[in-house]
Design a protein around this ligand. Structure first.
Ligand code: AMP
Ligand code: MG
Length: 430
């Protein structure tokens, strides 16, 4: 937490900020996260959401001995001597399609014809595949010739092969993807407890901002950040609420901010106005407000003035207005918070390494999080920046699949050097 008193008041404090590292800033905001409540919804609706309960099996999977082949359920001791020149003949006593509970146990000299997925009758200890057999009819009786023996248990999936009763199969906070949905369906969850979508209010600041539908005017730009953030919020499981855009008018901004902070939004994001410029009203707000400012500077580029605070237990992020900086600020700080609210683990936190695919000659005192594109070739990862490496860039954001982490350097970093990369998998829609 920043003691703003020691950094002076008003204008001075705007310039004298104590920088946290990215890790410190992440830890600071994550320590303020509270999970949202759970809601119960239908299985189909739950796809893509995060589980709010752990899931254990109520019965073994599978819960009956299951045939893995189309063939004959037999006793190995009856067919131990079977060869193609001297097949063993067994009497076929039952047909067992999928879904039928067998009536007859397999006893000495008997077999039952069974299909893949069928329930193996008692007494049988193997299923011999159809290709190794030949069925023949004699009068009203059916027989099968078995041309090959097999080992005990062959082609039978034993009870509980995948999981026993009470096994933990899904953890709290997991995203419900295809595999998770299959488990939930298999276990009979027609309704699933998931975390409610955190409501995220977005306020854009800037006198230069036009609505998307407005024609361009000299010196003005359309508000692209609000929609970019909406996409990021959606991809992190949140519910975006685009509150609106306000000019750089302190009194209006203050009124709106308290109104939104008092609303039922779980998290409030602003864009623009956090820097040290004359009209940077968010920087002024964070100096004077009734909340606690957690940090207002991070040792990184872009987005070093990224600010966060808490008001009555609610997090408020002041993201940079520069589109690329706003994007990076969300990915590094807001996404982990949203995932934390749903008790999930952040996939993109798992950093990889990659060889720089071109020289990166910019010098910098801070760590840079450069939007990059990485790919693998022959088992090695390579990365290079996408488009314009400027925090004001808009067009190239879509091309990034990672953030390249460029440590502080006085000389730049040459092609072929290894850097860390943070994949942006969470930010991408399929
Ligand atoms: P600021 O962070 O307010 O100093 O703004 C930095 C730059 O980002 C300026 O060029 C702004 O015009 C631009 N900017 C601010 N807000 C937005 C927005 N919502 N969408 C697109 N660009 C913005
Ligand atoms: Mg501004």
């Amino acid at each position: 937490m920043i003691n703003l008193e020691t950094t002076g008041n008003g204008k001075d404090a705007k310039f004298h900020r104590k920088a946290l590292t990215v890790e410190e800033a992440r830890r600071t905001v994550l320590s303020r996260v509270h999970p949202v409540e759970a809601v119960e919804i239908g299985l189909m609706e739950s796809i893509g959401r995060r589980l709010a309960e752990e899931v254990r099996t109520k019965e073994p999977i599978p819960h009956f001995r299951r045939s893995g082949m189309d063939g004959y359920a037999v006793r190995i001791e009856d067919i131990a001597q079977a060869t193609s020149s001297k097949p063993v003949q067994l009497e076929v006593i039952e047909q067992i399609p999928c879904g039928k509970e067998p009536i007859h146990p397999i006893t000495n000299g008997k077999a039952s014809r069974i299909m893949t997925g069928g329930m193996v009758p008692e007494g049988a200890d193997a299923v011999i595949m159809l290709e190794m057999t030949e069925e023949i009819a004699e009068g009203d009786r059916a027989y099968v010739h078995i041309r090959k023996t097999d080992s005990r248990g062959a082609n039978i999936t034993p009870i509980g092969e995948e999981a026993g009763t009470g096994a933990l199969v899904l953890g709290k906070g997991q995203v419900i993807g295809a595999g998770q949905t299959a488990i939930l369906a298999a276990l009979g969850y027609s309704c699933v407890k998931v975390f409610r979508k955190p409501k995220v209010a977005v306020i854009s600041t800037g006198t230069e901002l036009l609505q998307v539908s407005e024609p361009l005017q000299m010196g003005k730009i359309r508000n692209s950040n609000a929609y970019m953030l909406a996409a990021q919020i959606l991809s992190a499981g949140g519910e975006p609420r685009l509150i609106g855009q306000i000019p750089d008018d302190y009194a209006r901004a203050e009124r709106m901010l308290y109104e939104i902070l008092s609303s039922d939004a779980d998290l409030v994001l602003t864009t623009g106005g956090v820097s040290v410029g004359d009209y940077d009203i968010m920087a002024d707000f964070f100096m004077k407000w009734e909340g606690t400012t957690l940090f207002n500077k991070i040792a990184m580029r872009p987005g070093s003035p990224t600010t966060a605070g808490v008001w009555r237990d609610k997090l408020l992020f002041g993201l940079s207005g520069n589109p690329s900086a706003c994007y990076v600020g969300f990915e590094l700080f807001v996404r982990p918070v949203l995932i934390g609210m749903q008790e999930g683990e952040e996939e993109s936190a798992r950093a990889l390494t990659a060889y720089l695919d071109e020289d990166y000659m910019k010098v910098n005192a801070y760590t840079r999080y450069v939007r990059g594109f990485w790919h693998s070739d022959n088992g090695k990862n390579y990365v290079k920046p996408v488009g314009l490496d400027k925090s004001s860039a808009v067009i190239s954001i879509k091309d990034a699949n990672c953030l390249m982490v460029i440590p502080p350097t006085k000389t730049g970093i040459g092609m072929g050097e290894i850097v860390n990369i943070i994949p942006l998998t969470g930010a991408m829609f399929p």
